[in-house]
Ligand binder design. Structure first.
Ligand code: NAP
Ligand code: MG
Length: 487
């Protein structure tokens, strides 16, 4: 198990010698002590990235892509090892790590491997006598700070486009889930990535993360995590005006209309909030139900929520594992009191399970009926298996509720009406809308938010644009002499 910093193609201890244990959230036992990067280590990583940049960015795009394609193959041939490591460190049920996290990571790297040589500039029709074209150039050294909810998958979201576009990277995983990103760094070397192109620095957000955001030699920072930290990163980036890309929190509305297919909607709503223990920025954490179907929907949904199989993530039958840390479990559970204080009614869950699971970071699937869509639990990101329920009468009311938060990341609607679906898709303020589905993600489809959910887009061509800058080149083809100052 790799547990040191990955700098310039080698695993090394932190300059300070300091370490931080990473825990297994199933029972809070330590897995391994992991080196903790400080400012000196960030400087070392940035210097390694700067040294690697000229050769890496000049390499034929297809050759850069080939390394990512080889990485995708290596991820598949080490799938079981990576799945177990991710489940151990994060608490993801092994069926999800095997069925989603690992295959999606491979697919994302493969997509961006294939993308490397597809990014083109433009030739622009300008005045006679001139040729104008654009070059899409890498930004240089980019910083990437990732959270703990999908640590393996986010390596592909972040590294894939950055590397395909010819950048070098300093990546800080979350302090509580560093293990799979260190293993990916090692597999990248095996795939042929030159030393220094990717550096992985486990460490504290307030120290290593903050310094990456401030660093004068880093040209861009890409961040996924909370809105509060995103705001801090924007401030820290101001010193050298680095480019910032932010994928922040969400409070996804999942609207079920009177004409919805209830079987699909109940199942889709459970997936939307209980997958990954609800620790997803796009989670469907606000159920917005038409009053005509609310009772029947809730009867079925609450029964389903109570039947979700909680357990050891390494058990193949487990459908929901623990939250990723004890601190986060306590934060999620604290929202039960917040809900009750505002008159909320707990329809399911609302507590940690007893028995053997009480040693771990578990929370039961929780369904809370709220009095108003303005209540705190219906506004703030809880980031756990915690869904609020509210009913509506008219489409106008549903839209007001859906758009009534500061966030705007993902939203879902369940309806048989084509017209209503497209009307809502247009009017909902969010980066993604799912119609008669929820939480679909594909590397070719842009992903990101509006409002306090951040800015910039991951995935697809949009991601490649985010990791390049445009240079406009003017060529005086016809030897035109400008009329001014003619002598
Ligand atoms: P967070 O603070 O946003 O952490 C995300 C990443 O940012 C971690 O790597 C963290 O390092 C780092 N970080 C923290 N402070 C930083 C700073 N000043 N400068 C640069 N990087 C910094 O998230 P959290 O505190 O772990 O979770 C709190 C809440 O954030 C959750 O309950 C949830 O609402 C939201 N969240 C959203 C997402 C998402 O996917 N949008 C993901 C995670 C959390 P450390 O690991 O050392 O803290
Ligand atoms: Mg851990």
């Amino acid at each position: 198990m790799r547990h040191q910093l990955f700098i310039d193609g080698r695993f090394v201890d932190a300059e300070s010698g300091e370490t931080l244990p990473t825990l297994n959230p199933h029972d809070n036992t330590p897995i391994v002590d992991v080196a903790m990067a400080g400012k000196a280590d960030v400087d070392k990583a940035v210097q390694a990235a700067q040294r690697a940049l000229p050769a890496w960015s000049a390499m034929a795009a297809m050759d850069r892509g080939r390394i990512l394609l080889r990485l995708a193959d290596l991820i598949e041939s080490h799938a079981e090892e990576l799945a177990r490591l991710e489940s151990l460190d994060t608490g993801h049920p092994i069926r999800d790590s095997r069925g989603l996290d690992v295959p999606r990571t491979a697919v994302n790297f493969r997509y961006f491997g294939g993308m490397a040589d597809k990014l083109q500039g433009d030739q622009i029709p300008v005045e006679a006598g001139f040729l104008n074209y654009t070059l899409r150039e890498p930004i240089g050294v980019v910083g990437q700070v990732v959270p703990w909810n999908f640590p393996l998958m986010f390596t592909s979201w972040k590294l894939g486009p950055a590397l395909a576009a010819g950048n070098c990277v300093v990546l800080k995983p979350a302090e509580i889930t560093p293990l799979t990103s260190l293993r990916i760094a090692e597999l990248l070397s095996e795939a042929g990535l030159p030393d220094g192109v990717v550096n992985v620095l486990p460490g504290l957000g307030g120290v290593a993360g903050q310094y990456i955001a401030e660093h004068p030699a880093i040209g861009k920072i890409a961040f996924t995590g909370s809105t509060a930290t995103g705001q801090r990163i924007v401030q820290a980036s101001a010193g050298n005006l680095k480019k910032v890309q932010l994928e922040l929190g969400g409070k996804g509305a999942n609207i079920v209309f009177g004409d919805a297919n209830l079987d699909a909607a109940v199942n889709g709503a459970a997936w939307a909030i209980f997958h990954n223990q609800g620790q997803a920025c796009i989670a469907g954490s606000r159920l917005v139900l038409h009053e005509s179907i609310a009772d029947e929907f809730l009867a079925r949904f609450v029964t389903l929520a109570r039947s979700v199989r909680l357990g050891n993530p390494l058990d193949e039958n487990t459908e929901m594992g623990p939250l990723t840390s004890a601190q986060h479990r306590d934060r999620v559970l604290s929202y039960v009191d917040v809900a009750l204080a505002q008159g909320g009614e707990i329809l399911a869950g609302g507590k940690a399970p007893g028995g053997a699971l009480s040693q771990g970071c578990y929370v039961e699937p929780t369904v809370v009926r709220v009095k108003s869509w303005r209540d705190r639990v219906a506004q703030e990101e809880v980031f756990g298996p915690f869904v609020t329920v509210i009913t509506f009468k008219t489409d106008e009311e549903a839209l007001q509720i859906a758009n009534g938060t500061e966030y705007g990341l993902g939203a879902g609607l369940w309806t048989g009406s084509l017209q209503r679906a497209h009307k809502f898709a247009r009017e909902i303020k969010s980066g993604m809308v799912w119609i008669n589905s929820y939480k679909r993600v594909n590397p070719a489809s842009p992903f990101g938010g509006v409002g306090k959910s951040g800015y910039g887009r991951e995935m697809g061509f949009e991601a490649m644009r985010e990791y390049t800058q445009v240079k406009s080149v003017w060529v005086n083809v016809d030897a035109v002499v400008p009329p001014h100052f003619k002598r």
